[in-house]
Ligand binder design. Structure first.
Ligand SMILES: *Cc1c(COP(=O)(O)O)cnc(C)c1O
Length: 414
C-alpha cells in the first residue's frame, strides 16, 4: 500500500510531525498529546478570589438560605440575561422541574430529542410526558415547524433548547406558543451570556433555565437558575425552591429544596469574573477550528450566525458522508492521540430508556445528526496551538479515510 502525504498545511501552522497514515497513534504512532485534551474543563477563575469569598461565608456563618453571595450572583446573572428576576438553584434539572410546576405544565410537553437527557428526565421525573419533536437538519435546533408537527390536544407546553449555545428560533416559537395558549419554557443550559441581534438569551418565553454545572461556561460546581421577566412566576419558583415558603417563612404551597448554597455562589461570582476571558479564549479556538477545517470534505462545523454573540463553549462538527469515515472512527482516531471528544448528543433522547420502545416517534433529522455530531476540545485549558494540532490529525484522518475504515482500529478507552 502507498502512503500519500496530506495536503500542505496552511501558512502559519506549525507543521505536525504526523505526515503519514502510520504516524497516527491508532496505528501505532506516538500520541500527538501526552496528556488528555478534554471537552469543557471548568472555568474556575481566580482561585484566591474564590477562597476569599468562601472564607467570608464561613466568617459570617451564613452558608445558605439566600445569603448575600447568592443574592449578588442572582443580580449579576439577571443583568447578563437582561431580565428582571433570577432565582438561583442547586442545579438546572431542579430549576426545570420548578419552573415546569410553576408554569402549570402537565400531561404532554413537546421538546427536542436532540438535547442532554436532563431535559426530558427533569419533566418525566415529575410525571410529565416528554413528546419529542425533530430538529432543523442543519442547525440541530427545534423550529416552530418541528414543534407544530408534534402538538396534540394533550400538549400543555413547549420546552425549547438553545442547542450547543446557539439560540433557537425564539420569535416563531413564542408566536406558536401564544397562538396555542400554552407556555414556552427554554432550557438555556448551554447559552449563558449569549445574545442574538442584541437580545440576550434569558428573557424568552415564560422563563429560561441556565446550568452552572462544572462543564458549563460559568460554574458554581453544581448550580442553575431560573430567569424571567414575570415577577409572579419568579416568586412562585422562589417559594417552591425553599419548601414552598414565602419570604416570611410561611408555607404557601408545595415545595422542595432546590436552593443554591453560598459556597456555590462564591464559585459562581468568581467564575463570572472570568467569563469574558473564557469566551475570548473559546472564540479564538472556534475561529481556529473554522479556519483549519474549512474546505475539508464531509467535516461540517456547527456555525454561529454572524448576528449572534456566542459563548463558544461547544465546538461541534458533523462528520458527513463526504468525509469517507464515520464519526465513531474519527473519535477513535482522536482518542488514540489523547484528544477526548464527546458524541454530544448521541443517541437522541427518543432512543434512550425510558423513552424508547413501541411509541417512539420517527425523527429522521435527529437520528442522522446524532450519528454525525462530535464535540471537540475547547475551554480554558485548550489553546489555539492545541486546536491546530487537533485539526492536523483530523485532516490526516480524512485524507486517509479509506485506509482507516478498512483497517481495524483500536477502540478508545472509556
Ligand atoms: C447540563 C444540562 C442540563 C442539566 O444541568 P444540571 O445543572 O447539571 O442539572 C440540562 N439541559 C441541558 C441541555 C444541559 O446541557
Amino acid at each position: 500500500m502507498t502512503f500519500c502525504h496530506v495536503p500542505a498545511t496552511p501558512i502559519g501552522v506549525p507543521e505536525t510531525v504526523k505526515r503519514d497514515l502510520i504516524d497516527l497513534a491508532v496505528l501505532g504512532g506516538r500520541p500527538e498529546f501526552t496528556e488528555p485534551v478534554l471537552v469543557g474543563r471548568p472555568s474556575v477563575g481566580d482561585r484566591a478570589r474564590f477562597l476569599e469569598r468562601a472564607d467570608r461565608a464561613l466568617v459570617r456563618r451564613r452558608l445558605s438560605n439566600g445569603g448575600p453571595m447568592v443574592r449578588e450572583f442572582e443580580h449579576r446573572v439577571a443583568g447578563r440575561a437582561g431580565v428582571r428576576h433570577c432565582v438561583a438553584t442547586c442545579n438546572a434539572t431542579l430549576a426545570l422541574q420548578l419552573v415546569a410546576r410553576a408554569a402549570g405544565l402537565r400531561d404532554d410537553v413537546v421538546m427536542p430529542a436532540m438535547t442532554f437527557p436532563a431535559t426530558p428526565h427533569a419533566l418525566s421525573w415529575i410525571g410529565i410526558r416528554p413528546v419529542f419533536c425533530d430538529v432543523d437538519p442543519v442547525t440541530g435546533n427545534l423550529t416552530a415547524g418541528t414543534v407544530r408537527a408534534a402538538l396534540t390536544p394533550r400538549t400543555s407546553g413547549i420546552v425549547a433548547v438553545h442547542l450547543w449555545g446557539r439560540p433557537c428560533a425564539v420569535p416563531e416559537l413564542e408566536e406558536l406558543a401564544a397562538r396555542r395558549g400554552i407556555p414556552l419554557l427554554v432550557d438555556a443550559a448551554h447559552a449563558f451570556g449569549v445574545s442574538r441581534r442584541g437580545r440576550p438569551v434569558g428573557g424568552s418565553g415564560a422563563a429560561e433555565v441556565f446550568s452552572f454545572h462544572a462543564t458549563k461556561v460559568v460554574t458554581t460546581f453544581e448550580g442553575g437558575a431560573v430567569v424571567t421577566d414575570d415577577g409572579e412566576l419568579a416568586a412562585r419558583v422562589r417559594a417552591m425552591a425553599s419548601f414552598g415558603m414565602d419570604s416570611s417563612g410561611q408555607v404557601r404551597g408545595p415545595g422542595i429544596n432546590a436552593k443554591m448554597s453560598e459556597a456555590a455562589a462564591a464559585m459562581g461570582l468568581t467564575s463570572l469574573e472570568a467569563f469574558d476571558v473564557t469566551v475570548a479564549g473559546n472564540l479564538a479556538n472556534y475561529r481556529t477550528y473554522a479556519r483549519e477545517l474549512a474546505g475539508l470534505p464531509g467535516i461540517r462545523l456547527m456555525r454561529h450566525d454572524e448576528d449572534e454573540r456566542g459563548n463558544f463553549q461547544y465546538v461541534v462538527i458533523a462528520v458527513e458522508g463526504g468525509a469517507g469515515l464515520d464519526r465513531d472512527t474519527l473519535a477513535t482516531v482522536l482518542a488514540a492521540e489523547n484528544v477526548v471528544t464527546r458524541a454530544y448528543f448521541s443517541p437522541g433522547c427518543h432512543r434512550l430508556p425510558p423513552y424508547d420502545g413501541p411509541g417512539t416517534p420517527s425523527l429522521p433529522h435527529t437520528d442522522r445528526l446524532a450519528g454525525q455530531v462530535l464535540a471537540l476540545p475547547t475551554g480554558p485549558d485548550v489553546g489555539v496551538h492545541d486546536v491546530r494540532r487537533i485539526c492536523a490529525v483530523i485532516r490526516l484522518a480524512v485524507a486517509h479515510a479509506a485506509a482507516l475504515t478498512t483497517r481495524p482500529v483500536v477502540a478508545p478507552a472509556g
